[in-house]
Design a binder for this molecule. Structure first.
Ligand code: GRG
Length: 292
């Protein structure tokens, strides 16, 4: 049921996000094509789904949060494009297809990432039917969680600890910023756009904290036990880049136990929302039991 809801959401998202990307001159259509190639490569759409559902959970009744749903996926996609570049993780495949730089070359992949990041702000700023103070607050959250004290900070610590033995505290820091920051931004932005009170925003934030960590541990487990075909991307790339992972530090069994505890903790945080939060509870279970 939750799997179908997410698939249906992703289908609808893909149909509508396309409209944000067009070029005024065919001279530079390669960059529009590179952006759309990566954006429409079949991601799970977890972050936009979270914005959408927290918006609805906090009383949003229309589709006004869609611009932010598109914006956060643009930022996520840019991070994947840049992360796959030879100067970062140097991965050739993404979502089962050639990575952006393999398809369009490194220079255009760099530009496509830049274009997606800058488009995100334009798309978010064009939000209609929501109080502009709330839109501004949501833009700030998105920028902060994507930036130095968010995803970029996490990627930086990750790079600094290549070829060094990161301990669990460092790994948690990397995870909370690199993976957790955008997930947290998504949950909070959905609430903010709907004008939710601070108690609800804080509950969403705690749900996101647990979910983000559990999600990354699951990612590490899958990297250990799955095949390249199942994941659609190279496996063991952390090992090859001499990076520690939760699995390399804890082993599979302890990692799985922690995922279970974090999922239960995430679910508990949603009690303040009442029965309406059942779908997001199922979502936490689904995400942590995923096989790809
Ligand atoms: C290079 C600016 C820059 C940032 C890099 C997010 C990130 C930081 C790198 C991506 C690589 C990575 C393993 C990140 C951890 C978060 C994660 C598990 C991303 C994959 O997200 P999914 O599973 O991907 O939502 P899909 O393909 O479904 O969108």
């Amino acid at each position: 049921m939750i799997k179908e809801n997410l698939t249906q959401y992703a289908k609808n998202f893909d149909k509508n996000v396309d409209a944000f990307f067009s070029n005024n001159s065919s001279e530079y259509e390669i960059i529009t094509n590179a952006c759309k190639y990566s954006l429409l490569l079949g991601g799970k759409r977890i972050r936009p789904f979270l914005i959408n559902r927290f918006y609805k959970l906090c009383g949003g009744t229309d589709n006004a949060s869609f611009n932010f749903e598109a914006a956060i996926e643009c930022i996520h996609t840019y991070s994947l494009i840049h992360d796959d570049l030879p100067c970062m993780d140097d991965d050739d495949m993404r979502r089962g297809k050639p990575a952006c730089h393999k398809k369009f070359g490194e220079a255009y992949a760099l530009l496509a990432g830049d274009a997606l990041l800058t488009s995100a702000w334009s798309i978010a700023a064009q939000t209609k039917d929501i109080d502009s103070n709330l839109v501004l607050k949501a833009i700030k959250e998105l920028a902060d969680y994507s930036g130095i004290n968010g995803m970029i900070g996490g990627q930086t610590v990750d790079l600094l600890y290549e070829n060094k033995n990161a301990d669990v505290e460092i790994l948690k820091l990397i995870c909370s910023l690199k993976t957790g920051a955008l997930i947290k931004a998504a949950c909070k932005i959905g609430c903010i756009l709907a004008g939710a009170d601070q108690d609800k925003i804080s509950a969403a934030e705690k749900y996101a904290d647990c979910l983000g960590l559990a999600f990354q541990i699951v990612d590490d487990i899958l990297d250990e036990i799955s095949t390249e075909e199942q994941l659609g991307k190279p496996i063991h790339s952390d090992k090859e880049n001499n990076k520690s992972t939760f699995v390399s530090l804890w082993g599979i069994e302890k990692s799985r136990k922690l995922v279970k505890e974090l999922t239960e903790e995430a679910i508990k945080q949603l009690d303040v929302f009442g029965e309406a939060a059942n779908e997001l509870k199922l979502f936490a279970n689904y995400l942590c039991a995923r096989e790809y």
